[in-house]
Design a protein. Structure first.
Length: 375
RNA sequence: GCACAGGUGGGUGAGUGGUUAAAGCCGACAGACUGUAAAUCUGUUCCUCCUAGCGAGGUACGGAGGUUCGAAUCCUCCCCUGUGCA
């Protein structure tokens, strides 16, 4: 899932995302709540209509911002008091207000309000944080069930794809509508989030408690927060054992191309990461033959495409030398082309993963994923 | 020709007697980036040597000479640039 924090996947227009085959993108409650404001989005017909994106949207609850903006917050049982990074103003988020905000934004999948435990953290702190997340999950669900129909009305035309709210996401049928009539949007799906730091036992307990509350999908949060990669893998693997296989399992905030393939092979169904978009803006490009730092002098006169095995428009049309020049010149086009390629690479990788899974090749090696069949 | 102003490392630009191989910014060259306060952040950027260190030596602030224990900084002459006046 490409990340589009402020209702924008940075540097890429929605039509290009469609072309790349993105089925779902992320938005962030914290950021959108601050600007333009939930009420504005609601009045504009909800996030889909506001940003003209007819495919699925998942909104993060703001729980991660509690973690990443920790200098600007105070936290208690009731919720979190934030100071806005934009103007320093004070705001309060609770499970209830985070649900209200997400329902108001009108995403397809919304996330429980959790607390992303920092790393490292002592055992007592990890347990307390995990338990807080569990209590908040119950409150999130309660509020959600009472208010889930209060989504924005959307006068949608060409409404082509939407994750259904019931059951698990996999079996949902895309709905196609072509009318001009106003439709009430379907109710969103609320996913729970597992925490528990790097402790397998706490992860198990968190997973069980979250499953007991009951959600149509489950996320593994609190990883990729600075821990060694080996540990991430170990925790993901052990946590997955305690989450239902027949429901979407979402690993939050991960990862590199190698990692997303690996986690998919472990049974993760959904992932999101800023890596492809941010790295692209910083000149780091992912290819079937490894990483390329396009800013390096060695590419100054390299007429090859970025990735000879890539079918994206960027690789079909532009040379490494040109991409390096654009980057060195600080041109906006560098960000656009780089991001388009990286997203293309990620989305293509996941298409291959899905194809492999459909063929029953779930353990297919990473190199197998990226090698092209000989023509 | 006269009068002012000025010539500093790849660029720009601080520095007006000593802790200055010379700030900052730009450029160049590397590196980082994992539920986005990120078109961001970090490092290196005169030469040589080694035991690789807040190491040793060399060269350097238009040119030449001088004053001084010590000069990018003060003095003399010269060269060059900009502006104004003839």
């Amino acid at each position: 899932m490409p990340v589009g924090t402020v209702a924008s996947v940075k540097a890429v227009p929605q039509e290009t995302l469609e072309e790349l085959g993105a089925q779902i993108i992320l938005g962030n409650t914290y950021h959108l709540y601050l600007r333009p404001g939930v009420e504005t989005v609601r009045r504009m017909g909800g996030l889909h209509r506001f940003m003209s994106w007819n495919r699925a949207i998942l909104t993060d609850s703001g729980g991660f911002q509690v973690f990443s903006l920790s200098e600007l917050r105070t936290l208690n049982e009731e919720g979190v008091t934030f100071r806005s990074h934009l103007d320093g103003s004070s705001h309060f988020f609770s499970p209830e207000s985070a649900m209200a905000a997400q329902i108001g934004l009108g995403a397809d999948i919304i996330m429980a309000f959790d607390e992303c435990t920092e790393y490292p953290a002592d055992p007592a702190r990890v347990r307390a944080s995990m338990e807080m997340t569990a209590r908040w999950a119950a409150r999130s669900k309660k509020y959600f069930e009472e208010h889930k129909h209060e989504v924005p009305w959307q006068a949608v035309s060409g409404f082509e794809y939407r994750v259904s709210s019931g059951g698990n996401g996999r079996n949902s049928k895309p709905e196609t509508r072509n009318g001009s009539a106003e439709l009430p949007s379907a109710t969103p799906a609320l996913f729970g989030i597992v925490q528990g730091g790097m402790d397998r036992q706490l992860r198990k307990e968190s997973a069980e408690r979250t499953v007991e509350i009951g959600f149509p999908g489950y996320a593994i949060g609190g990883l990729s927060v600075g821990e060694p990669r080996e540990l991430t893998r170990e925790i993901v693997e052990s946590t997955l054992e305690h989450l239902p296989k027949d429901q979407p399992r979402y690993l939050m905030g991960v990862g590199n191309p190698e990692e997303i393939v690996e986690y998919a092979s472990l049974g993760v169904d959904m992932m999101d990461c800023v890596q492809p978009t941010r790295a692209a803006r910083h000149g780091l490009l992912f290819t079937s033959e490894g990483r390329i730092s396009i800013k390096q002098a060695r590419y100054a006169q390299d007429s090859e495409p970025l990735d000879p095995n890539c079918g994206c428009r960027v690789c079909q049309r532009y040379s490494r030398a040109y991409l390096r020049h654009l980057y060195a010149s600080n041109e906006v086009l560098a960000q656009i082309l780089n991001t388009v390629h990286n997203l293309s690479f990620y989305l293509d990788t996941m298409r291959r993963v899905r194809h492999s899974i459909s063929l029953g090749e779930e353990s297919r090696s990473l190199s197998g994923i990226w090698s092209r069949p000989k023509p």
